[in-house]
Design a protein around this ligand. Sequence first.
Ligand code: NDP
Length: 326
Amino acid sequence: MAATHEKHKVVILGSGPAGLTAAIYASRAQLDPVVIEGPQPGGQLTITTDVENYPGFSKGIMGPILMDEFREQALRFGTKIENVWIDRVDLSERPFKLYAKESSDSEEILSVIEAETLIVSTGASAKWLGIPGEEPVPEGLGGNGVSACATCDGFFFRDKPIVIVGGGDTAMEEALFLTKFASSVTLIHRRGEFRASQIMQNRVLNHDKIEIMWNTEIREINGSKDAGVESIRIYNNQTGEESIYPTEGVFIAIGHKPNTEMFKGVLDMDDVGYLITEGKTMKTNVPGVFACGDAQDAYYRQAITAAGTGCMAAIDAERFLAEHGD
Ligand code: NDP
């Protein structure tokens, strides 16, 4: 079957807070945007439970419900949402071309989507340990005691003992943040020294509420749907000893990976893969391509900041189209 062709003024890759905010702005500017939903429609917030730090919801809101609201708001102004798989783009000339397949493992190109401007909001994915118990609810305890975001979920662990995994700056920062809530914080690291900057290490090592467990790996997270996390099975890779350690929360802070693989060699990015934008704008090195949200922000990584940069990217795209014609 021959691939179909469609052409749009604005195509937005990704449907988290950044992508859908870009869609709300672009659709209200009558640019008829198309959002390509991506493998995790709604983005990372759909795997959290309560969101209490998103302004405008004084009683908090469930992550998936918040993202439904974003989606409905974008649809209300005429945004089109497509659920296809894109892993190849051609940004060599405008209109840019995106090759859409049905899923990651299908070969056939279903359609070639042409875009006068492209907004990349493909987000980042937290790295996970890949151990039993870590999977998102309902299969595992992810979102029910296991989290990859202390800023989002730390508050729910008031006066509870928690563990945090990792040895980089994120783990240090999150461990320090969690001391404000948890009754105790145990930092578990697989080696005998941290990778984090010295200043962050010192703060952690000198904090009386943080205990360090060196050369230790978590093998399993135990608990139940009703009780949440109850314990972890740990392994000391120096002594070979395995034991059960009681805890009520597990924070995984072993890094994030921006979902920017398909732009390698085309869009400027840092060593980790975060897209680089120009000055205060969301412009990438390719005119007409804009980046926003966690795909370009290694530092703040909040839903509200992602939404903010999504708005900026849409305004940048609108101005670009006004200057360059469509
Ligand atoms: P990093 O890659 O720096 O650190 C990841 C840590 O997780 C390492 O200690 C690594 O262990 C550990 N790890 C990785 N995979 C596993 C695994 N499967 N099991 C157990 N442990 C694992 O990531 P960060 O997110 O900490 O930092 C990313 C970047 O952002 C860095 O450049 C950092 O400096 C920067 N950053 C800066 C901040 C600041 O300045 N305030 C705050 C946060 C981040 P090992 O050491 O053995 O490899």
